[in-house]
Design a protein around this ligand. Structure first.
Ligand SMILES: [Zn+2]
Length: 193
């Protein structure tokens, strides 16, 4: 795959009017191929493999993992969209280690994506493999295909929210989750998103 992406990149450079043989571009096809291999390595990883859960003892309150950074490529333009993902769930006897949530976000964001689908896949995979009483996933992102092209609305963000189980029945749980996310985001607001 790598060699073919190198060839295609060389062709692309010619098509846009560049000279792929000029010094600054000689190594570009190789770098581009390497970059796609890295940014799209989520296709080769099985999200189920991260679910090594352990007993929650008696804890049945909400668990919130906030401010998970992600970078993905939109499937419409192959341009980046990036931001934060916040995950909340109510355990049903089992919990999952903190780092695994970031890992899960990494696997799904390293595929060509839509923000809506990314949010949904994360929620559904947690619901299915951790068997919680309910999961909520909130994603806030900037899309370079919006900032760089057309209307060039650089400051707009897209928000997506998916809920399962008890979060669909109990609005106060959703509010409690959003409050925790807001508080943790404010503390990080200097980071710009
Ligand atoms: Zn796009």
């Amino acid at each position: 795959m790598t060699a073919r992406i190198e060839d295609i990149t060389r062709q692309l450079l010619s098509e846009i009017g560049e000279n792929p043989n000029r010094e600054g571009l000689l190594e570009t096809p190789r770098r581009v191929a390497k970059m796609y291999a890295e940014l799209l390595d989520g296709y080769n990883l099985d999200p189920k493999s991260i679910f090594k859960c352990f007993k929650s003892d008696d804890y049945d309150g909400m668990v919130v993992v906030s401010n998970i950074d992600f970078y993905s490529l939109c499937e419409h333009h192959l341009l980046p969209f990036y931001g934060k993902i916040h995950i909340g769930y109510i355990p049903d006897k089992k919990v999952l280690g903190l780092s695994k949530f970031a890992r899960l976000v990494g696997i799904f964001s390293h595929r060509l994506q839509l923000q809506e689908r990314l949010t949904k896949q994360i929620a559904e995979t947690i619901q299915k493999n951790l068997r919680t009483k309910g999961v909520i996933v909130y994603c806030k992102a900037k899309h370079l295909c919006m900032s760089m092209r057309g209307v060039k609305n650089g400051s707009s963000q897209m928000r997506t929210l998916i809920k399962t189980g008890v979060f669909n029945k109990d609005k106060s749980l959703v509010m409690q989750f959003m409050h925790q996310v807001d508080t943790s985001s404010e503390a990080k607001s200097h980071e710009g998103i």
